[in-house]
Design a binder for this molecule. Structure first.
Ligand code: X8Z
Ligand code: ZN
Length: 615
């Protein structure tokens, strides 16, 4: 379970770990004679039993998580925390028990599953039951604080409250500096109370990680990539260097445009960009400022949001359209239970975790998504993202639980996005969403700009979150410098700056879901690179020969077969094998991303001539 993908993962992971509820042999105290000299046969039996136990505990935990996430209350938080506690207790014990097979000659499958067991939790708990309980409760409460977060001008009057969706809509649509600032500041107030809890969380999580043999929680997270944590660190740097020049060009161009709009006093032409002006609560993707930076205004913007609204689609219609992309590749339709059990819309009368996620609650094709869908382009793309997770689950659910994960977590995050790259204007015209799509060089640049604002702008953000967390877990960034460390990295990687003073009384990292939700984030950085690599491979498979940015694999069963083959491997093989299955390549590589954006890069470089880039 654990390495499950997604958010769900979060859950799972977060809390994950199994525990059990209940009955059953508590794991694994071996009979005395076995303890003396364990055999490979015993190791195989051990792994089989762990898979069985994990299934029981994880299903229980996922159900509790689902209920909590779709109905946040004091009680559902506690029930979910208890289920997590049980999973954590079981998993840590199983990891300890598995040590007796250390050094034994094992078959590949058994060895791999034992390895996956060790790295399966994103939040391992200490063995001390009181500490474990405390950790499970803090984890649930942190996520609860985020999910319930609201900003009220009159706390006594719910009518005056705004939640993340309301505030995000301000960030997306307003062009008024002060109004933006108010929404940006407002959301960050919900994170302040998380600060002492997060400090305790870090210390307990680290203790759990040390007990299962890692230096700290960050080292455990970096151990999930079929290479040493140090090698992984270097791998992330290598990929970042491949794409950083593109980001710097985009940053330079966008900064100049924002400076024109807001004035050079507010957006200094050579400094970092104020973090609240980029159309998104975390400045993680910038497509909402497209109107301010549009390359060719006469070309007519392709406004998918307007088209979706005009066609009167419901949230369910949008999910159906997403599914139809997958089935066009020859993949199976979603099960009926998906349509019965998913949450597509934000309930009017209760708090839920609106952050989108995809689930297989029973690890048995019990697929669901949980979203608060708004009828707009961003959510249309997110639907594809979530369905990518569901289709991964769909094709590996028959594997042992320990293999029910992505080849690595970046693969899981990249599947839906890969398909979404094929949601081109021509495809949208084909399915009747858009009419009269224009084709010209100018239209290409416009479209690429919009995509770059989503994909290239994301890259440094995707990297910096865990740069911060890895340092926090290692103690490099201490509790008295959480915010300072955060903003230093924001500036260094993203070239953005806080629009006002941030103090150590605040806890800005907590205003981003994955921090209180304890979801590792480097996966998204990797996914943003891998999705172009997957896209290039599938386009080749589909027989497409033009420039990469024009390809859509819609309708290609050849591409679908390749994709399916990789999904069905789950985590059963080291990830380079999975990458090879889909692309013939064994290393992650950003050259497909660079190739995809080649027309835009050339154009932006011309625009930036005479400008001083960087910050
Ligand atoms: O969290 C998500 C998905 C669920 S796994 C909606 N994403 C990251 C984010 O929102 O911060 C997708 C892209 C990055
Ligand atoms: Zn995801």
């Amino acid at each position: 379970m654990r390495r499950q993908p997604l958010l769900t993962f979060v859950l799972a992971l977060t809390a994950i770990a199994c525990g059990g509820s209940s009955h059953h042999h508590s794991t694994t105290e071996p009979p005395a004679d076995e303890a003396a000299s364990p055999t490979a046969e015993e190791a195989r039996a051990f792994v089989a039993r762990v898979n069985e136990d994990l299934r029981r505990l994880a299903v229980n935990q996922q159900r509790a998580e689902w209920i909590k996430s779709t109905y946040i209350t004091h009680d559902t938080e506690i029930v979910a925390a208890r289920a997590n506690e049980a999973l954590m207790a079981y998993t840590s014990q199983a990891i300890a028990d598995a040590r007796r097979f250390d050094g034994l000659e094992l078959d590949e499958d058994t060895a791999r599953q034992l390895h996956l067991l060790t790295i399966s939790q994103s939040l391992p708990a200490p063995n001390d039951p009181a500490k474990r309980r405390r950790l499970a409760e803090i984890a649930a409460q942190l996520e609860g604080l985020y999910g319930r977060g609201k900003v009220c001008s009159d706390p006594a009057d719910p009518e005056t409250c705004r939640d993340l969706q309301d505030l995000s809509n301000v960030l997306a649509e307003s062009r008024d500096y002060d109004e933006l600032l108010e929404a940006w500041n407002g959301w960050r107030t919900i994170a302040t109370p998380m600060r002492p809890m997060y400090q305790e969380f870090v210390s307990l999580g680290n203790e759990g990680a040390r007990e299962i043999g890692f230096d700290d929680l960050g080292e455990l997270w970096r151990a999930g990539y079929d290479m040493s944590p140090g090698e992984f660190d270097a791998e992330v740097e290598r990929l970042w260097e491949q794409v950083a020049p593109l980001y710097e060009q985009l940053h330079c161009y966008v900064r100049a445009k924002l400076s024109e709009h807001y004035g050079a006093e507010r957006v200094p032409p050579q400094g970092p960009i104020p973090a609240h002006l980029l159309g998104n609560m975390w400045a993680q993707s910038w497509e909402n400022v497209y109107p301010l930076v549009e390359p060719y205004e006469t070309e007519g913007d392709i406004d998918v949001t307007r088209a979706l609204e005009r066609n009167g689609y419901s949230s369910r219609d949008m999910v159906r359209m997403g599914e139809s992309f997958f089935t066009s590749l020859g993949l199976a339709p979603l099960p009926d239970t998906f349509w019965e059990r998913s949450m597509f819309d934000k309930p009017a009368d209760r708090d839920v975790v609106c952050h989108a996620s995809a689930w297989d609650v029973e690890f048995d094709n019990d697929l669901r998504i949980k979203m608060c869908i708004q009828i707009n382009e961003e959510d249309f793309i997110t639907i594809h993202h979530e369905l990518g997770h569901n289709y991964y689950y769909r094709y590996y659910y028959e594997l042992p639980i320990l293999y029910q994960s992505g080849a690595h977590d970046g693969f899981h995050e990249g599947i839906g996005d890969t398909l979404a790259l094929s949601v081109t204007p021509s495809y949208l015209q084909e399915i009747g969403v858009l009419q009269n799509v224009q084709r010209s060089d100018e239209a290409v640049i416009n479209l690429q700009m919009k995509e770059a604002l989503a994909k290239i702008a994301f890259l440094p953000f995707g990297k910096m979150i865990d740069q911060w967390r890895w340092r926090v877990f290692s103690g490099d960034i201490g509790p008295d410098e959480y915010n300072q460390g955060w903003w230093d990295l924001r500036q260094r990687y993203q070239g953005i700056a806080a629009p006002n003073e941030r103090t150590e009384a605040m806890f800005d990292p907590g205003a981003k879901f994955h921090v209180p939700g304890n979801t590792p984030y480097t996966r998204y950085f990797l996914a943003h690179i891998l999705q172009f690599q997957f896209h290039r491979a599938l386009c080749r498979e589909a027989g497409f020969e033009g420039p990469l940015h024009e390809c859509s694999i819609h309708g290609s069963t050849e591409a679908g077969a390749k994709l399916q083959a990789m999904l069905a491997m789950g985590a059963s093989r080291p990830w380079p094998d999975a990458l090879e299955a889909i692309s013939g390549e064994r290393a992650m590589d950003a050259s497909a991303l660079v190739e995809y954006f080649a027309p835009l890069l050339e154009w932006i470089q011309e625009q930036n001539e005479g400008r001083t880039c960087g910050w």
